[in-house]
Design a protein around this ligand. Structure first.
Ligand code: SF4
Length: 371
């Protein structure tokens, strides 16, 4: 029995968007810049988009492989509903091939190799509310590759006043970008390095499409977004590269896009690299601030670089310990001392107020889920 026949027998197939038929029954997927041309019975690079009988299907639809409640600071987002919980979900597969992936158990698996659970798009917000969350994050693996499910969950989330978040590598075509990012409220985009050499060798993709995505976010949407740069010793932690990255952000996106420098730990195919020394993050943060970025953070270490300070007067506004908010002194999104409005999304939704209208049916239906 072929691999795809086994999948057919075990999964409900959902027809994909962002594809067109080609000669010989091939399907051209234009969801991401890989532009896979997929033969019948085959899957794309990301594993979860398959051609069956000349049609493209999304195997990730309605089948999350990871469900968890996280602090929003873990995404990381520091200027988006600080101190709240986010219902976080991922599927199998990925459109990048990062050697340092920290979720490789799902991102490098096919859908039939992970333990997924059936959850309808309409029920995701109900689960989020049951678990005291103010938002839903598409995360852990690359959510672009299950964009159909993302869009349907976003529509359901709006009904309940819940916000939605993409945690993405930014590797997406403009066609799909317009459709997906018209629906979400916030994003954290990984800018994994600032050299084509790193992107080509270590992620098996290219830098330029990711930079384009960041500019589309800035110029074409109202999505709140922050950027993460995971610093890997000897591969992307060169001071000159960090300076160029910060200068590009300042010039193309402006000074107020938060930038997170985060620490790497050895994983997947990069187990021979050392952990990132805290000094590397301190140096990168100092450099990005010197370049002119207003909100620069250090992550995956205990550091004063996790706090938010006012870009106007320097007043400490949000004090954090790792992913926990210890103190939030913002008043209506502004500095209490100099009254400068701090860029971000600070007010909660009314979602929790609708919990009482849900009834107990979802709780009973998904009571077995292990979150
Ligand atoms: S989303 Fe998947 S199938 Fe589509 S082009 Fe990208 S890697 Fe290929």
């Amino acid at each position: 029995m072929s691999e795809l026949t086994i999948l057919q027998k075990t999964m409900r197939l959902h027809e994909a968007r962002w594809w067109e038929p080609e000669n010989g029954g091939r399907a051209h997927c234009y969801l991401c810049p890989r532009h896979c041309r997929i033969h019948p019975g085959q899957a794309g690079f990301c594993f979860i988009r398959v051609n069956q009988g000349g049609k493209l299907y999304s195997l990730g639809y309605g089948a999350p492989a990871a469900l968890q409640v996280d602090p929003i600071e873990k995404k990381p987002l520091n200027h988006f509903l600080p101190g709240t919980r986010v219902f976080s979900m991922g599927t199998a597969g990925c459109n990048m091939g990062c050697f340092f992936c920290q979720n490789w158990d799902i991102s490098k698996s096919r859908q039939d190799q992970v333990r997924s659970q059936a959850v309808t798009a309409e029920d995701v917000p109900l689960l989020a509310l049951q678990h005291g969350c103010d938002s839903i994050a598409f995360t852990y693996n690359e959510p672009t590759i299950w964009g159909e499910y993302v869009i349907d969950i976003c529509a359901a989330a709006r009904e309940y006043g819940l916000k939605t978040v993409m945690v993405s590598n930014g590797y997406i075509t403009h066609e799909a970008f317009r459709d997906i990012y018209a629906q979400v409220d916030a994003a954290n985009i990984d800018l994994k390095a600032f050299t084509e050499g790193f992107y080509g060798k270590i992620t098996l993709t290219h830098l330029e499409p990711v930079l384009e995505t960041l500019e589309w976010l800035k110029n074409e949407t109202k999505v709140w977004f922050e950027i993460t740069n995971l610093m890997i010793p000897t591969l992307n932690d060169d001071a000159g590269e960090t300076r160029r990255l910060a200068e590009w952000i300042l010039g193309r996106l402006g000074p107020d896009v938060p930038l997170h420098f985060t620490a790497f730990h050895p994983d997947f195919k990069l187990r021979d690299k050392a952990r990132t020394p805290p000094e590397t993050l301190h140096r990168a943060r100092a450099m990005a601030r010197e370049v002119g970025l207003n909100y620069v953070y250090e992550g995956n270490i205990y550091s004063d670089g996790a706090h938010t300070a006012c870009a106007g007067c320097g007043e400490l506004l949000i004090r954090r310990s790792w992913h926990e908010v210890i103190e939030n002194r913002l008043v209506d999104g502004a500095c209490p001392k100099c009254l400068l409005a701090i860029p971000g999304v600070w007010s909660k939704s009314a979602g929790q107020q609708r919990l009482s209208k849900m009834g107990r049916s979802t709780e009973e239906k998904y009571g077995h889920l292990n979150l």
